[in-house]
Ligand binder design. Structure first.
Ligand SMILES: *Cc1c(COP(=O)(O)O)cnc(C)c1O
Length: 402
């Protein structure tokens, strides 16, 4: 069967793939760097980059080479055996983020689940919380993935409704409100889980000093600080980790998305031995976690980040993007939040919805994604050029003013 048009591919997806997404009507066939091409040959600048899973662009040559080399050796063993890839990858990643150990997993949600399990076990084994009483504080507006436990502490009705009953032991507090967090923490709390910048919520940056104050509070109360850097980390904001903007070191980092280089799902929990050491054989696992293909790609990602080049690009290109979009405030945009090459733009809702803006952008050859009604999120690959950024700003301006 040969398929002739975009419409036919879309019809097949709608008939046979579950409808848990509402994609724009663009059917991608190939991609390179910051640009994708659809089945009809139209080219688009990718200003979403797989929600930061494509920080290094599509098919970065170094990452593709690492994957190809590993494909010709061994791709999967399970953790029943050692490989020549896992140790070197874990060492490199641990050093990159300044931790002693790494737990390799696959998806972001699994990394978060693993961090929650590790924190609870640390609470019982190390802190001495009474069995069954461990609590974890989370933030309003959080996004940490889609498992039943994680959606159970979300406040997004779409993510939650119809999926209960939920895992107990979580308390949700206002993001950015230190006092609310301080009032919530009890002797039974083992961890505070937060995103250093809330991505899905629309690139919400907490007030200056907040992360550092949370760090101090966690230290003084004997509670682990878990920073979910799955979207904010690995170069996106101009630093390896977004926590570094406030000189903050979390106890546990969850990493994912860009760690797989846009090729394979790779996630990880990074922490010191005092924390990750609570896991012993049989207490946690994953058939695919740390497989040699994932480890080879993840290691190549870490090597790219270790040069600092991508963090620097995020800073420089982000400044260019900011200079382009900030003048649009009051002229189609109500607000702009930007850190590195990551921006949340609130469109004047009387002008158009975020979805309508993204549709119009796609018509003009720019791919972006709306979130929460009138916000659009821009997260182009860190390999975009200055001309690409200027093109993006031009197209956005014409959508808002057209
Ligand atoms: C995307 C994301 C996740 C979930 O990652 P998946 O790979 O989709 O499971 C978790 N936390 C944050 C902050 C994310 O952006």
């Amino acid at each position: 069967m040969s398929i002739e048009s975009s419409a036919e591919y879309i019809r097949l997806e709608e008939q046979f793939a579950a409808h848990n997404y509402h994609p724009l009507p663009v059917v991608v066939e190939s991609a390179e760097g910051a640009w994708v091409t659809d089945v009809e040959g139209k080219r688009y600048l990718d200003a979403l980059a797989g929600y930061s899973a494509l920080n290094f662009g599509h098919r970065h040559p170094t990452l593709i080479a690492a994957a190809k080399e590993q494909l010709d050796k061994v791709t999967l063993t399970s953790r029943a055996f050692h490989t020549d890839q896992l140790g070197p990858f874990c060492e490199a990643l641990a050093r990159l983020v300044g931790k002693e150990m790494v737990l390799p997993m696959n998806t972001g949600a699994e990394a978060v689940e693993s961090a929650l399990k590790v924190s609870r076990k640390w609470g019982y084994d190390v802190k001495g919380v009474a069995e069954g009483r461990a609590r974890i504080a989370v933030m309003a507006g959080n996004f940490h993935g889609r498992t039943t436990t994680i959606v159970g502490f979300s406040d997004d009705p779409g993510a939650r409704a119809g999926f209960g009953p939920f895992t107990p032991g979580f308390d949700r507090v206002a993001y950015g409100d230190l006092e609310a967090l301080a009032d919530t923490l009890t002797d039974d709390h083992v961890a505070v889980l937060l995103e250093p910048i809330q991505g899905e919520s629309g690139v919400l940056i907490p007030p200056p000093g907040y992360l550092a104050a949370v760090r101090d509070l966690c230290t003084s109360r004997g509670v682990l600080m878990i920073a979910d850097e799955i979207q904010s980390g690995l170069g996106r904001t101009g630093t390896t980790l977004a926590c570094q903007h406030e000189g903050v070191e979390a106890d546990i980092y969850t990493l994912g998305k860009a760690l797989g280089g846009g090729i394979v799902p790779v996630s990880a929990v990074a922490a010191d031995r005092e924390v990750l050491g609570v896991l012993t054989p049989g207490t946690h696992g994953s058939t695919f976690g740390g497989n040699p293909l994932a480890a080879a790609v993840g290691h190549a990602v870490v090597d790219l980040l270790a040069t600092g080049e991508f963090q620097q690009r995020a800073t420089q290109l982000g400044a260019r993007l900011a200079a382009g979009v900030e003048p649009l405030i009051g002229k189609g945009l109500d607000a702009v939040r930007i850190r590195g090459l990551w921006a949340g733009l609130d469109i004047d809702p009387t002008l158009m919805s975020g979805r309508a803006a993204c549709s119009a952008l796609a018509d003009k050859g720019v791919l972006a994604k709306d979130t929460h009604g009138s916000t659009i999120r821009l997260a182009p690959p860190l390999v975009v050029t200055e001309d690409d950024i200027d093109h993006l700003v031009e197209q956005l301006t014409s959508v808002l003013h057209g």
